[in-house]
Structures are given as C-alpha cells and as structure tokens.
Design a protein around this ligand. Structure first.
Ligand SMILES: [Zn+2]
Ligand SMILES: [Zn+2]
Length: 88
C-alpha cells in the first residue's frame, strides 16, 4: 500500500498523514492535526509554534508540530492571570 503523501504548491514541504494540516496561507509549517494547526493561529496571524507551545516531531520525512489547543488556552489563561497579579 502506498503511503499517503501531500505537498504544497507554495513551498517544498511534503508530508504524510491524513490528519496533517499544512499552513498554506501563512508560515508554511506542517501541523500534526487541526487542533495543533489552530493552536498556532491567533486572530488569523501565525505564531511561532514554539511560542504557541507546540513541540516539533518528525516522522523521518518531514517535520510536524504537535500540541493540543486545550493546553495552549490554559497556558494563555495562566499568563494573563499571573500578569494581573504582578501589576498590583
Ligand atoms: Zn501558519
Ligand atoms: Zn507550504
């Protein structure tokens, strides 16, 4: 059976996996799934995946970024909370 692979018309990236999401209109990074992809977007702007707390994984052919959006939201909330505290 052939492995499913996909490529982007805008860059050299190739990736495998039906769940993978490539950021075609933005940073041209590949995300392991839609949740991870959405985690790197804030207001339609691409964040650096590291800033979005995504981790880099590799399946041997391409780099993918992985990170649950739920954790990211919790992280943003915790930052906002600690910021409020330190300002007072
Ligand atoms: Zn992007
Ligand atoms: Zn691309």
């Amino acid at each position: 059976m052939e492995r499913l692979s996909a490529s982007c018309g805008g860059c050299d990236a190739r990736w495998t996996g039906v769940d993978a999401a490539h950021c075609v209109v933005g940073c041209h990074r590949t995300y392991a799934d839609v949740d991870s992809y959405e985690a790197h977007l804030r207001g339609g702007v691409c964040l650096d995946p590291k800033d979005a707390r995504l981790i880099s994984i590799s399946d041997g052919e391409c780099e993918k970024w992985l990170g649950p959006a739920v954790e990211f939201q919790a992280w943003v909330t915790s930052i906002n909370t600690s910021k409020d505290r330190s300002e007072r």
